[in-house]
Design a protein around this ligand. Structure first.
Ligand SMILES: C[S@@+](CC[C@H](N)C(=O)[O-])C[C@H]1O[C@@H](n2cnc3c(N)ncnc32)[C@H](O)[C@@H]1O
Length: 251
């Protein structure tokens, strides 16, 4: 039996699907800005690495799992080009609302469609997509193995799966400042933002969500167990973030 871990307010891991949508609804209006501030802009570096290395082909039909405010969806649309198609799903209506506004203002409005959907029960037939991607979502899902299996299922055999996510950097002296920042400064930034009137207390969830998330090699193993092949790991910024890429074996 899997160990039950706890989220904010002592929620068991299995209840993530209940507390995650309201948590992201609350931070949605400030989400993009807070990402840039809290990562001191390195967020953009990770996005660029994804663009270079995810292997999403032009003209592809791509699913963005946990699309949030559509940051990755917009980038995927740029990668797949005018002949491509991007479908984004998310549990949070608030994040989707922000995302839809951004998409409508972008040059990719005709290529991107966003809708409510659960990573654990993707509302698509087997093999519907040429590729599936997700950014900073897998830490938040209640059942990682199921989410990985769902990504594999909806991607046609031979199609790409790319997962960008926070990871556990090696515990070297070089990483000590980052570990200190992540455990102590980040939650403080959240507190400061609350005092400034921003509804971002949920940022306390960030370090907690990583505690129980597997390391890079363990995640690669879980991907293989979910039926994904040719799994590769790209460590970014000393392993703070990893891009895992793979190929689907189909449903
Ligand atoms: C940290 S945000 C990342 C958003 C976006 N991918 C990005 O890179 O900016 C995590 C997102 O995952 C969504 N999410 C969490 N669990 C989910 C699930 N089971 N199904 C769909 N979306 C989920 C949340 O609602 C939230 O919008």
């Amino acid at each position: 039996m899997k160990a039950q871990t706890r989220g904010p307010g002592g929620h068991p891991q299995a209840e993530k699907s209940q507390f995650i949508p309201p948590l992201f609804d609350r931070i949605a209006p400030h989400y993009d800005l807070m990402n840039i501030v809290m990562t001191a802009g390195v967020w953009r570096v990770w996005q660029r690495a994804f663009r270079r290395r995810a292997g999403i082909p032009r003209g592809a039909r791509v699913l963005d799992v946990g699309c949030g405010t559509a940051e990755l969806s917009l980038m995927l649309a740029g990668m797949t080009g005018p002949q491509g198609r991007v479908v984004g799903v998310d549990l949070s209506a608030g994040m989707l609302e922000v995302g839809r506004r951004k998409v409508a203002r972008s040059r990719w409005a005709a290529n991107i469609e966003l809708g409510q959907g659960d990573a654990l029960h993707l509302p698509f037939a087997d093999g519907s997509f040429d590729a599936a991607a997700s950014a900073f979502v897998m830490r938040n899902v209640a059942d990682l193995d199921r989410a990985l299996a769902e990504m594999r299922r909806v991607v046609r055999p031979g199609g790409r799966v790319a997962i960008l996510e926070l990871s556990h950097p090696p515990q070297t002296p070089l990483m000590a400042p980052y570990n200190w920042y992540f455990r102590h400064v980040l939650p403080l930034l959240g507190t400061w933002a609350v005092r400034a009137g921003l509804p971002v207390a949920p940022y306390a969830w960030l370090p907690k969500s990583l505690e129980t998330f597997p390391g890079a090699e363990a995640l690669a193993d879980r991907m293989r167990s979910a039926g994904l092949a040719e799994v590769e790991i790209l460590r970014l910024t000393g392993g703070i973030v990893c891009l895992h890429t793979a190929v689907s074996s189909g449903a």
